[in-house]
Design a protein around this ligand. Structure first.
Ligand code: KG4
Ligand code: ZN
Length: 343
């Protein structure tokens, strides 16, 4: 796909990372993420604290993003920002800041769907990008979807979790063994040192391309309760094998449905996106599919970042799809569509 060379200042504040980036065409000129450590001690994101941290971080982050990109304000064509889905308070900070910034500098806005941004991150240079149509497994802390991507603006969700997201499953299991939030990356780290066949957990069976992860947490809880009764040091002495076994179960569930989606659609270009696409087990399993053309984003574009919002800004602005200063956050957005209207 040919990417227009517009310059976009982009904001991402859907959850607990304050992201600001400058993207010119498919080139990322700067991409900053201010992580919020404040949630670690609570074992999950505390929405009110996330909004407050976004407010304290955002001004310094935007200043630094513009400085790092070595551009002047006159170079910016439009302001893109995540309008949803996500935490209302967090989205409100980014939305208000981006719209104010646009208004003060007389620039148009491009409201962006967060999950569409995860998918279109595949069009950021320098990695090779897929051709349309392709399948994308979007796996994050809030979503687990198999998406049939017809074009940059037409995408159908053909499979989804019916309960917890895959990232949530990683985080909940991690919490059960006392790991801090977010536990997914830590489970991955320990899993790489363990044997995935040490313990057997069953993946839930769901019809069609849909998935379910909430049963895994209950299964793991019962398993741990039984093991800890006879061996109070079970977690410490089996940490690596335990994490490897849980990770293999989650990756197995995702791969099963992805294989089914490829069989049903006949599409063999397969991309992954979202925080869980950083997972080494998932990357390895995909790497073994020599019959597919697999697209795996660089780690910095897997977890929440504003560069992915920037590329959507470039594509939508080039199509004349803009927002207005009256746009407000949408915490839930079932359809993966452009959020602006023709101008
Ligand atoms: O896309 P993301 O940064 O934020 C959301 O939109 O949710 O995804 C965050 C999720 C968390 O659940 C985190 O534990 C998970 O992605 N995650 C991982 C890994 N890195 C991040 N899960 C498993 N393995 C990883 N390496
Ligand atoms: Zn995300």
């Amino acid at each position: 796909m040919k990417i227009p060379t517009l310059t976009i200042l982009a904001f991402e504040t859907s959850c607990d990372d304050t992201g600001v980036a400058v993207v010119k065409g498919d080139t990322v000129l700067s991409n900053l993420v201010a992580n919020q450590d404040v949630h670690t001690r609570y074992g999950g994101v505390v929405p009110e604290l996330a909004s407050r941290a976004h407010m304290s971080n955002i001004t310094a982050t935007v200043d630094l993003a513009i400085k790092d990109a070595q551009i002047s304000l006159a170079d910016i064509d439009a302001i893109a920002y995540t309008i949803g889905p996500g935490l209302t308070g967090s989205l409100l900070v980014g939305t208000s800041f981006a719209k104010s910034w646009a208004w003060a500098n007389d620039l148009p806005t491009v409201p962006v769907h967060h999950m569409r941004a995860h998918i279109l991150a595949h069009f950021l240079a320098p990695s090779p990008s897929p051709d349309f149509p392709f399948l994308c497994l979007t796996v994050s802390g809030g979503h687990t979807q198999i998406v049939h991507v017809h074009s940059a603006s037409k995408m159908d969700v053909i499979g989804t979790t019916v309960d917890d997201a895959a990232g949530e499953a990683f985080d909940k299991v991690a919490k059960l063994i006392g790991l801090p939030y977010p536990g997914g990356p830590l489970v991955d780290k320990y899993a790489q040192l363990g044997d995935p066949e040490s313990f057997v957990f069953k993946g839930s069976k769901v019809d069609g391309l849909n998935m379910s992860f909430s049963g895994l947490k209950t299964q793991v809880l019962r398993f741990l309760q039984a093991r800890l009764k006879s061996d109070p040091t079970f977690v410490e002495s089996n940490l690596h094998d335990f994490c490897a076994s849980v990770q293999a179960t989650i990756v197995g569930m995702l791969m099963l449905k992805l294989e089914q989606a490829v069989a049903e659609t006949g599409i063999t270009q397969v991309a992954i996106a979202g925080g869980v696409s950083a997972n080494s087990g998932l990357r390895k399993a995909l790497g073994q599919r020599e019959d597919w053309q697999v697209f795996i984003p660089p780690l910095s574009y897997c977890t929440d970042n504003a560069a992915m919002v920037g590329i959507v800004g470039v594509l939508d602005a080039a199509e004349g799809m803009f927002g207005t200063l009256r746009d407000t956050p949408h915490p839930r957005m079932p359809k993966l569509t452009p959020c602006g209207s023709p101008r």
